[in-house]
Design a protein around this ligand. Sequence first.
Ligand code: GSH
Length: 217
Amino acid sequence: MPLILHEHPLSSYCWKAKIALYEMDLPFEARLLELYDEAKRNAHYARWPLGKMPVLEDTGRDAVVAETSVIVEYLQAFHAPSAGMIPADLEAALRVRLLDRVFDSYVMEPMSRVVAENFRGGDDPVGVAQADALLARAYDYLERELAGRTWAAGDTFTLADCAAAPSLFYADKVLPFRASHPTLGAYLDRLEARPSFARVLREAEPVFHMFPGRKAA
Ligand SMILES: N[C@@H](CCC(=O)N[C@@H](CS)C(=O)NCC(=O)O)C(=O)O
């Protein structure tokens, strides 16, 4: 299979890429990345020196593509030109890219900081409080921004929704928002019902018990 996604089934950013692959109906091989294995970690750093996952390998084009937003744009450009993940209209595309950045930088990242703190078993209440404050600001912004919309940037499912699904799903576990932010909660319900994301969630079920969540107060 020419498309290989180096990934882990619990990783939020890997979910983002897989949602896009399923949306575009592109067959791919999901290759498990075990970064604790030294040989596999070294091979991955040779593939992508910053060592993050997922990384897409396109053997048909002899290309290695990193960074989820770039992976989604790449897939649309070279494998699914009619997909609509990034609209052709520039202004519409800028709105999609802005929301993609908001979900990655202001939801996924602070959520990951809270989870990582728990995973490490560390004690950084200041860092966790800063992450919570950023998440709360993002929730307030999104609650207003998404009012009246079906998907993040309008009527069609785009790159921004690929970023939103894993970030909101996990963020709701570390700083629940359904009761305080009903528009955002209803949007997460729609994301969870979307076949591409429902499939990703089903595939993650066997490893879901490994998700550490938030450290108990
Ligand atoms: N900006 C990157 C973020 C990727 C990222 O942070 N991935 C996490 C997994 S969700 C990772 O590689 N963690 C392992 C590590 O940092 O060593 C992207 O969009 O692809």
